[in-house]
Design a protein around this ligand. Structure first.
Ligand SMILES: [Zn+2]
Length: 477
């Protein structure tokens, strides 16, 4: 009997990995085993250690990976899966593949740096500390990716076909419709990946992808994310608040530090800064984009400018590539990054990782957090257990490079930038469904968010909603 098993993003927001096994629990390999997403666990240690565990079925027996989008919590475990023996195809949209080609090697690079740091400081109980995978191993897995356009059905065997539909979350992001034709009652399953902002009436302020989640779905089984299942995004325009924060910081003689996911989120933020500067709403201070991927990331976003909404398209047409803008500096090499530390006049630093879990942002936080003139602005979700969540929570100090760093800088979070639908938006989208799924499983949410969303869907729509548990198997009958 075919089944679905939740290998990640169950009880937490990271590590998305859902296994469909069409052969059931029979001994030996008969049917197909397909992973929907292959994400990295991030945040609390209890989750991160699962990055080191093998998949319940051997990686070499998994036939294919279907990838919804290029965020690390959905794609960041792919190099490890390949290292464990996976040799199948990884299906994704072309923009997702382009994004992965810079994100995954960078992730490998960060893993290597972290291992190096632990070995130097002797801060790991493993001797030597090893990377989960290396930059080279991440590059080596890129040849397994195969592009699949939205809407085109791909058959992996007589018992399994799938297609991508729009998720409207980030560039290239898709939901996966899975069809199991031999199966009488669970013919169609929908895996949402991350659901973008829903704009049935007007575009919410954080929304910049042209196509929102496709309406009128009719799955028998729905597996949906629940990141913002207990929250509503603010509806007011983000620009006045951001302009105020930046202007106040500059007047204090401080700098603004923005932890942001290096690809896509950073570029959206740059266009916003440019717009505010051109309108004279913030001072023209230098902007440093500090990421080894900075230039490639800009090139990908400009290449796919038609994928963004009209407003963003217009900005790209009007201002061209951020690489050409005066006053905007892109630090690709490490020496260029180090030079930013010598900047003692007001500036804006945008660096990754977005949840302050690693990367160059750590150096900027180490240097700038203790100074009360400075300002940290979060523009993305901070998973519990990450340094980003600690800093955002109002803590007095945070541990960076084995040091307790005092937090005296101002800290604010602008939730409008979110690329996830909030509860009301999810309900709005679900109401477009042509029929009620037999079962809805909630994944990719902290326990409170998942349970609040479960209640909201049950009481508003009367659907049968369950919260997925880690390693739980669901028969697809
Ligand atoms: Zn995502």
């Amino acid at each position: 009997m075919a089944y679905l098993q939740f290998l990640g993003a169950a009880g937490t927001v990271t590590g998305s990995k859902h296994l469909i096994n069409t052969s059931g629990d029979l001994d030996g390999k008969q049917g197909l085993q397909v992973l929907i997403d292959c994400g990295l666990f991030q945040g609390r240690k209890e989750w991160r250690i699962r990055n080191w565990e093998d998949t319940p079925v051997p990686a070499r027996e998994i036939d294919a990976v279907i990838l919804t989008h290029a965020h690390l919590d959905h794609c960041g475990w792919i190099p490890r899966l390949v290292k464990e023996g996976f040799k199948g195809a990884i299906y994704a949209t072309q923009p997702t593949i382009d994004l992965c080609s810079v994100i995954l090697p960078d992730s490998g690079h960060l893993q290597e740096e972290e291992a190096r740091f632990h070995n130097k400081k002797g801060t790991s109980k493993h001797k030597p500390a090893l990377p989960l995978y290396t930059l080279q191993e991440a590059e080596d897995c890129l040849h397994l990716f195969q592009p699949l356009p939205f809407g085109k059905t791909m058959e992996l065997g007589p018992e399994f076909s799938f297609r991508f539909v729009h998720a409207g979350h980030i560039l290239g992001s898709a939901m996966v419709e899975v069809f199991l034709p031999q199966n009488a009652s669970a013919r169609k399953s929908l895996f949402t990946g991350d659901v973008g902002r829903v704009r049935m009436n007007a575009a919410p302020p954080g929304k910049v992808v042209r196509t929102g989640p496709d309406p009128d779905e009719d799955p028998d089984l729905l597996v949906m994310e629940s990141t913002y299942g207990n929250r509503e995004h603010p509806h007011e325009d983000v620009q006045p608040k951001l302009a105020q924060l930046i202007s106040d910081t500059v007047h204090r003689g401080g700098s603004v530090v923005v932890p942001a996911f290096a690809v896509e989120r950073t570029q959206k933020f740059l266009f916003l800064l440019k717009e505010l500067m051109e309108a004279g709403r913030i001072p023209r201070v230098p902007v440093f984009v500090d990421s080894p991927m900075a230039i490639k990331a800009v090139q990908i976003c400009v290449k796919y400018s038609c994928e963004f909404n009209d407003e963003t398209c217009k900005l790209i047409q009007q201002y061209g590539s951020p690489l050409e803008w005066p006053g905007f500096h892109f630090a690709v090499k490490q020496e260029e990054s180090k030079k930013i530390n010598e900047v003692h006049y007001p500036c804006i630093i945008v660096s990754s990782s977005g949840m302050v879990t690693g990367g160059r942002i750590l150096h900027h936080m180490l240097l700038r957090l203790p100074d009360p003139r400075n300002q940290v602005v979060f523009v993305g979700f901070q998973a519990p257990g990450t340094r980003g969540a600690t800093i955002k929570s109002g803590a007095k100090s945070v541990r960076i490079f084995s040091e307790d760093v005092p937090i005296r800088a101002h800290v604010d979070a602008l939730e409008q930038f979110s690329d996830h639908a909030d509860t009301t938006e999810l309900l709005t989208w679900l109401k477009t469904f042509k029929k009620r799924p037999q079962t809805t499983f909630l994944v990719h949410g902290e326990p409170d968010a998942a349970s609040r969303l479960q209640q909201a869907i049950s009481s508003n729509l009367g659907w049968n909603v369950k919260i997925a548990e880690w390693l739980e198997k669901v028969p697809l009958t």
